[in-house]
Design a protein around this ligand. Structure first.
Ligand code: ZN
Ligand code: ZN
Length: 535
């Protein structure tokens, strides 16, 4: 026939656009860059070492904003943008209209799906910019599937973007993965099957002892030190832990044990199977947050045997997950990147006992700001709260009292500068004219969202911690321990290698966009990392 003749004579079909079958973005919560090397000799070949050997490592990837907290980290990774633009100014911030604290993914107009609890009343509606996952969905006319997975609601919801196939997180009340009516009205069958298989019970059955003999944990301090927090039900912060007892006392303790990560990666496999991710026509995207590293880190700090054990077990879990991807999607067919949302400070007690500079901000200093303002301006309740190392003022009250806001901010800055452990304080609208090193200044400006941030910001001295971290540690500041993160790409079209050139968290989405030939997210200020994208 004519058609046959035409077909025979035509040139061969042009090569279709190449994309990986699946992109997997793994965010290890609170993973400091130096954990890649502090525990290197104890890692096996298939996990972190496989990433370093087969992948391309950006050895100097920094956050380029403060505060360095979870919600902002995940948002910045997946939008390539900063709080000033993407609007996620903290895990929580103050809504100036109501004076009340709001949680980044809270949404009282939605309901839980899969539980009667309130843990599903969530959505990404407060996120002002698109994510790389949104852009992939739009680039393929919503034929690409996007799924977010984490124990933490915000670390599942934000990476998956505004219109994903699904986003799932842990409901502590029931020990089940759930979602919100924002996404769907019923859990997919595969989620119900996963929840019904009682995975937590199985993971906790044998308790938590060290993976290796405890005397081999030479990278960490003695097991029982005064600055470690204690898992519920345990008398001391020492191995072995009764994991079942801890979980029975408080379901939240699952998050503080390595089994929380194991469960997350098991659920990620179930998502790949359940949604056939990477197994159909289009490029799909799975975002995974391993959160137990953060909860455990907060409890015990970076130098505890517990945290080393959490990473050694995560290493083995990652190895298993990568070989699962090899089998299911095929080696070379998927693109993985692994990074972190922020790092963490060494515990104050650890630094102090080893003669390193450290200290705690004094306990009542936030209340003292209010007292000082009352003395100076004759009015109380001028401050709403102190959060994210920022002072939120009651702007409506200051207005109605006809007080001079500039003078109030200046008095607050002066007061803060006299406090132990504070290096700088600044009016957020005057950062660019304050004498602070440029690199810190830029992080401050990038982190300042006019509608959602406090109006005065403070910068602590290196190694100083807020008083609530008496045990364990926290993160939030500009210093390298909180802002130097791992970033490794592996798999589809990635040649092994590394760079020590400065790269930023905002470059991650720009790089993925370049690799996939899709538009970068609409608030992206990052650049593609050229050694990864050049062929
Ligand atoms: Zn985090
Ligand atoms: Zn944290």
């Amino acid at each position: 026939t004519c058609a046959m003749l035409f077909a025979q004579k035509s040139t061969p079909a042009a090569t279709p656009l190449e994309r990986p079958k699946l992109v997997v973005g793994i965010v290890v919560d609170q993973m400091r860059w130096d954990y890649l090397y502090r525990f290197y000799n104890k890692y096996e070949n298939g996990g972190f070492k496989r990433l370093l050997n087969e992948g391309f490592a950006c050895q100097n990837t920094m956050l380029n904003y403060i505060p360095s907290v979870t919600a902002i980290g995940h948002t910045t990774i997946f939008t390539g943008s900063v709080p000033s633009i993407h609007g996620i100014a903290g895990n929580d911030w103050i809504d100036y209209k109501t004076g009340k604290s709001v949680y980044c993914t809270d949404d009282q107009t939605e309901n839980s799906v899969g539980s009667e609890s309130k843990a599903g009343k969530m959505s990404p509606r407060k996120l002002l910019a698109t994510t790389i996952t949104d852009e992939l969905r739009m680039a393929t006319n919503f034929q690409s599937k996007v799924v977010g997975v984490s124990l933490k609601d915000r670390a599942s919801i934000i990476p998956a973007g505004h219109n994903p196939t699904g986003a799932f997180w842990m409901d502590d009340a029931t020990g089940r993965f759930i979602t919100s009516t924002y996404y769907m009205n019923e859990l997919p069958a595969w989620v119900n099957t996963f929840n019904a298989s009682k995975p937590i019970e199985k993971l906790l059955a044998n308790g938590w002892n060290t993976l290796l003999p405890i005397n081999e944990y030479t990278e960490s301090t003695a097991d029982d030190v005064s600055w470690e927090g204690t898992l519920k039900g345990a008398a001391k912060p020492v191995f072995p832990y009764d994991a079942k007892k801890a979980y029975e006392l408080d379901h939240g303790t699952l998050r503080q044990m390595p089994f929380g990560n194991t469960l997350t990666l098991q659920f990620a496999r179930a998502a790949i199977d359940g949604y056939k991710l990477g197994q159909e026509k289009n490029c799909d995207f799975l975002t995974i947050n391993c959160a137990s590293t953060d909860y455990s880190g907060h409890l015990v700090g970076p130098n505890a045997i517990e945290i080393e054990d959490v990473y050694l077990r995560l290493d083995r879990d990652l190895a298993g997950f990568f070989s699962y991807l090899d089998q299911k999607i095929g080696k070379g067919n998927y693109l993985v990147f692994l990074t972190a949302d922020h790092g963490a400070a060494n515990a104050e007690g650890f630094l102090e006992s080893n003669k390193m500079p450290t200290g705690f901000l004094s306990k009542g200093f936030d209340a003292a700001i209010g007292d000082m303002l009352k003395q100076k301006f004759g009015e109380d309740k001028l401050i709403t709260s102190v959060d994210n190392f920022q002072i939120y003022f009651n702007k409506a009250r200051i207005d109605s009292l006809n007080l001079n806001f500039d003078k109030i901010k200046a008095a607050t800055v002066d007061f803060l500068m006299q406090q132990d452990g504070i290096q700088y304080a600044a009016d957020q609208d005057k950062i660019s004219t304050t004498s602070i090193p440029a690199i810190v200044k830029e992080m401050m400006i990038n982190g300042y969202n006019q509608q959602r941030s406090g109006s005065v910001v403070m910068i602590t001295k290196p190694g100083w911690l807020p008083y609530y971290s008496k045990k364990g540690t926290t993160h939030s500041v500009w210093n390298p321990y909180d802002t130097h993160i791992p970033l490794i790409f592996m798999g589809w079209k990635i040649k092994p290698g590394f760079t020590t050139q400065a790269t930023h968290m905002t470059d991650i989405s720009a790089t993925v966009a370049a690799l996939l030939h899709i538009q970068m997210p609409n608030g992206c200020i990052g650049q593609p990392i050229t050694p990864i994208c050049n062929k």
